[in-house]
Design a protein around this ligand. Structure first.
Ligand code: ZN
Ligand code: ZN
Length: 369
């Protein structure tokens, strides 16, 4: 673990150096977890890994938050710890460590409070985002990360396999969603990060969560669920169900188009193919069938310690896919005011092609009404 993290810290410093950045300033969150193997939460008190391109790294952390980092092997990683107490200026602590940097890169999700605090303490330093630099490292998963994503994928598949226990006519989306959230934890996640139960017309809103709508016989229901396991790696999978025979006569034919598009996009994944070509593969099938206006989002997103991260499977992203990249393939067709459908698998690019990490059937799953 320590040798892997030391290698990541080294690669991050090289990336900073190559980009002309004097230091990365990384707040709690997925970026810090990637680099140190653990992370607390961001608060109004500054916690920040100061990772100079040259010179030794230090975690600047409030004294009262330091116990939250007890599991981090600071000595083995060669990272100092500098605690500060209320009344001290933590931004000045960072500035003293760095001297007079010309350019620093702050973590993508650093609170504005701290970004501006650091700017005041180092007025001569241009600020950039660290996310693009760290994203280059994070998007190529090693074997242990892929194994973690595989475990998370199998866990969320087990939740989908149990959907008939909860999804029935006469129940509200919220009640079904609460049961699913409990099952997400039962099957091995530390929490349900998101639970979408989009029944009937609500299924046409891709990021609907749950509501008090009572599920009716004949409803098509989009179920998009996921969360992190203890190691921080996330699951994310969507299946579309019908409660009894679908009420709308166009469901079967439309769903067949979606299923074909999703399968074709998965099959298109292999090293060297551009991310945008995978998007285009799904989009062409849906557009050719006349539903292009109803596919209102990109085909997918990378996944790892964040549910959404690089690489994005979207028009305009000409990045060639490489082994170790992990992302979703999740086209949808959304009929406003009526119903929607989405099919989502996480896949990993392998040397020879693609490995899907979600393996539940892709057909519209008809549950008893
Ligand atoms: Zn999803
Ligand atoms: Zn997704």
């Amino acid at each position: 673990m320590s040798s892997m993290l030391r290698a990541r810290l080294g690669r991050a410093r090289s990336a900073a150096s190559d980009a002309g950045v004097d230091a990365l300033l990384v707040p709690p969150g997925s970026e810090l977890r990637y680099l140190l193997g653990g992370s607390g939460t961001s608060f109004e008190r500054l916690t920040c890994l100061v990772l100079p391109a040259g010179g030794s790294p230090v975690l600047v952390v409030p004294k009262l938050e330091a116990p939250g980092y007890a599991a981090v092997a600071f000595d083995a990683l060669g990272v100092d710890v500098a605690t500060w107490v209320d009344g001290e200026d933590p931004y000045a602590v960072v500035a003293r460590r760095l001297g007079r940097p010309g350019r620093v890169a702050v973590g993508d999700m650093m609170p504005a409070l701290h970004v501006l605090g650091l700017r005041s303490a180092m007025p001569g330093a241009e600020q950039a985002l660290a996310g693009p630099l760290l994203g280059e490292l994070r998007m190529r998963k090693d074997a242990a990360e892929i194994e973690a994503l595989r475990r998370a994928g199998a866990a969320i598949d087990r939740v989908h396999a149990r959907m008939g226990e909860w999804l029935r006519a006469g129940r509200t989306e919220a009640a079904v969603g609460a049961d699913i959230a409990a099952a997400i934890v039962e099957e091995g996640h530390v929490r349900a990060e998101f639970v979408i139960v989009g029944s009937g017309p609500n299924g046409a809103s891709p990021h609907h969560r749950v509501s008090d709508r009572v599920i009716k016989p004949g409803d098509v229901v989009v179920i998009d669920i996921g969360g992190p396991e203890a190691d921080g790696y996330n699951s994310d999978s969507t299946r579309t169900y019908s409660v009894g025979t679908p009420r709308d006569a166009d469901v079967a034919a439309t769903y067949a188009v979606l299923q074909a598009a999703q399968a074709a996009a998965v099959s298109a994944v292999r090293p060297g193919v551009r991310a945008e070509d995978v998007d285009a593969t799904a989009r062409k099938i849906i557009s050719d069938a006349g539903f292009g206006d109803y596919f209102i989002h990109r085909t997918g997103h990378g996944i790892g310690l964040d549910v959404h991260e690089d690489p994005y499977i979207v028009s305009g992203n000409a990045r060639p896919l490489e082994p170790g990249m992990a992302f979703s393939i999740e086209p949808g067709i959304y009929q406003p005011g009526r119903w929607g459908a989405r099919i989502e698998d996480i896949v990993v690019v392998t040397a020879g092609g693609v490995e899907p990490l979600n393996n539940r059937p892709h057909e519209l799953v008809e549950l008893p009404g």
